[in-house]
Design a protein around this ligand. Structure first.
Ligand SMILES: *[C@@H]1O[C@H](CO)[C@@H](O)[C@H](O)[C@H]1NC(C)=O
Ligand SMILES: *[C@@H]1O[C@H](CO)[C@@H](O)[C@H](O)[C@H]1NC(C)=O
Ligand SMILES: *[C@@H]1O[C@H](CO)[C@@H](O)[C@H](O)[C@H]1NC(C)=O
Ligand SMILES: *[C@@H]1O[C@H](CO)[C@@H](O)[C@H](O)[C@H]1NC(C)=O
Ligand SMILES: *[C@@H]1O[C@H](CO)[C@@H](O)[C@H](O)[C@H]1NC(C)=O
Ligand SMILES: *[C@@H]1O[C@H](CO)[C@@H](O)[C@H](O)[C@H]1NC(C)=O
Ligand SMILES: *[C@@H]1O[C@H](CO)[C@@H](O)[C@H](O)[C@H]1NC(C)=O
Ligand SMILES: *[C@@H]1O[C@H](CO)[C@@H](O)[C@H](O)[C@H]1NC(C)=O
Ligand SMILES: *[C@@H]1O[C@H](CO)[C@@H](O)[C@H](O)[C@H]1NC(C)=O
Ligand SMILES: *[C@@H]1O[C@H](CO)[C@@H](O)[C@H](O)[C@H]1NC(C)=O
Ligand SMILES: *[C@@H]1O[C@H](CO)[C@@H](O)[C@H](O)[C@H]1NC(C)=O
Ligand SMILES: *[C@@H]1O[C@H](CO)[C@@H](O)[C@H](O)[C@H]1NC(C)=O
Length: 411
């Protein structure tokens, strides 16, 4: 079983076209969590998108609504497989002061998505300008969605949950708790909305696969980066995806070139490309020359800002990637991984880079990475197997949901 881990990417997932239209392609948290127990077997799998609209009172006695979505990198501290006493739980922290938790219970033949709690901190003036009351507010909702054991719950449709001043929206949900034998089930249990959404208009010429494949992780957009010093001296076109492992949870972040700044410097023996964005203090690529006739990626230094405001840094100055003769460029269209540390890797897509000897702002002849390997079948087979295995699951089905209990706490 391959660990797909936790993913976060700030755009509506593909395959949810209808929803995106419905939602006007809103920004949202798109999360994925593959939680493992002490024996490293998957105990819980979840993938979903969500956002929140919060109403608060201002000092001028008005009410304002803010939408919380796509803020910073999420962390999953407190997520657990559960033990004899407590059931499994997913806990997510994002931006500064937001946290979201869902817990699960188990009965003889079913398990339930039990309740959801959501906390926000109105002292955060960047999010809640002029808030009258400042402090942490937590809203609880009991959802009690029952699902047969060893089934994965799917609800692609939009589910809305209103509690006090918060409107939660969830969609693209796949979840399975109490996963048996470490294998996420291929048996799907659909929410009512999905059932009605998929019956009428769709004509299947072939029987649909019993295990719908998960929406593939979006490829990052390709950015065009360069360093100019008395003329362009470094060129780099690439789609970048960061993969961060914290505790046992994995976050995958696509870099959006539109929201990323870049700079750098060029010297005869070394060249630097530095990116930064709202979540990235810096991401440095350092290139060097070896044997006076080749260049390579020697070093990566990165400093990331986490959802809770803390900073995470990785550095490796002993790398050896993207090796090509001086006077040429290095090209690799397929996905490649730069392993910076055990907990941080960069996946690159449609890469072309030339850190030295750039003439007239244009790339020189490329050395292509496909020359490095002739076996394309292995990655394809692995990818197909992965897709098959990873059919998964879901999280919350609120349709027709009755609020059995709602509390409001302020402290
Ligand atoms: C858990 O399993 C995954 C994939 O099976 C493997 O990559 C990882 O190293 C394992 N982790 C531990 C702590 O054994
Ligand atoms: C992210 O890193 C983890 C741990 O190295 C790995 O198991 C996982 O496959 C990676 N995911 C992607 C999309 O690179
Ligand atoms: C905030 O949103 C709620 C629910 O959508 C709505 O009832 C309320 O009128 C909105 N308030 C403002 C000030 O827009
Ligand atoms: C932020 O989250 C990370 C990972 O969950 C944790 O290691 C770190 O201690 C947290 N920092 C703060 C200030 O809470
Ligand atoms: C789930 O969380 C809610 C709210 O935090 C709590 O009241 C409830 O007891 C929890 N249920 C379980 C089974 O842990
Ligand atoms: C709420 O936010 C304020 C301002 O950012 C901070 O001082 C305070 O510690 C936060 N409260 C909690 C409980 O995190
Ligand atoms: C899990 O393993 C046990 C023992 O090998 C087997 O009896 C059971 O059917 C398996 N369950 C699933 C869902 O595969
Ligand atoms: C910039 O290029 C010009 C012409 O090639 C050269 O005379 C000058 O020294 C260069 N300046 C720097 C800082 O390299
Ligand atoms: C980036 O900007 C270009 C052109 O302005 C636009 O076509 C593209 O959709 C944008 N991409 C993202 C991810 O915002
Ligand atoms: C990148 O860093 C520069 C200088 O520190 C800063 O002015 C800029 O706003 C940052 N860019 C982004 C997208 O955060
Ligand atoms: C990267 O980090 C290493 C170790 O912290 C440091 O020696 C090096 O100067 C850094 N490189 C850049 C380009 O900032
Ligand atoms: C760098 O890597 C080489 C070979 O991979 C290894 O022999 C060397 O000890 C490493 N140096 C450092 C400082 O890690």
């Amino acid at each position: 079983m391959v660990n797909r881990g936790v993913r976060l990417f700030p755009a509506p997932a593909s395959g949810l076209v209808l929803l995106c239209v419905l939602l006007g392609a809103v920004r949202s948290y798109a999360l994925e969590l593959n939680l493992r127990d002490s024996e490293n077997a998957t105990c819980l799998y979840a993938k979903w998108q969500m956002n929140f609209q919060i109403q608060y009172e201002t000092t001028s006695k008005n009410y304002k609504n803010v939408t919380v979505s796509d803020r910073g990198i999420a962390t999953y501290k407190g997520s657990t497989c559960g033990d004899g006493k407590n059931g499994p739980r997913i806990a997510v922290q994002f931006d500064s002061g937001f946290s979201w938790t869902v817990n699960f219970t188990k009965a003889m033949t079913t398990y339930s998505i039990d309740s959801i709690s959501f906390s926000y901190n109105t002292s955060n003036t960047a999010v809640f300008p002029e808030a009258k009351d400042k402090g942490v507010i937590t809203v609880y909702d009991t959802v009690k969605i029952g699902i047969p054991l060893n089934n994965i719950f799917r609800c692609s449709s939009l589910s809305t949950l209103e509690s006090n001043d918060v409107v939660h929206q969830y969609w693209g949900i796949l979840v399975q708790a109490f996963v048996q034998n470490g294998t996420v089930s291929t048996k799907e249990f659909l929410c009512e909305k999905d059932k009605t959404a998929t019956t009428a208009p769709i004509i299947h010429t072939t029987a649909p696969a019993p295990t719908a494949t998960p929406t593939p992780k979006g490829k990052p957009e390709v950015g065009a980066y360069y360093v100019r010093e008395n003329g362009t001296c470094l060129l780099a076109n690439m789609g970048l995806q960061l993969n961060i492992t914290q505790d046992k949870a994995v976050s995958v972040i696509n870099i959006n070139p539109n929201m990323t700044d870049f700079t750098g410097s060029c010297h005869p023996q070394t060249a630097l490309l530095r990116l930064n964005s709202s979540n990235i203090n810096y991401l440095d690529f350092v290139f060097a020359v070896k044997n006076e006739n080749r260049f390579y990626l020697k070093e990566v230094n990165v400093s990331l800002i986490l959802g809770n405001g803390s900073v995470l840094s990785f550095t490796n100055s002993n790398l050896s990637y993207w090796d090509a003769p001086l006077g040429s460029s290095y090209m690799c269209n397929k996905e490649q991984t730069v392993a910076v540390s055990g907990a941080f890797q960069i996946n690159t897509f449609d890469l072309r880079v030339q850190p030295f000897n750039v003439m007239e702002g244009k790339y020189s002849t490329a050395q292509d990475c496909s020359a490095d390997d002739d076996n394309f079948l292995v990655p394809i087979a692995v990818g197909a197997a992965l897709a098959g295995v990873l059919i998964l699951v879901l999280l919350a089905y609120f349709i027709g949901l009755k609020r059995h209990h709602a509390g409001y706490e302020q402290f």
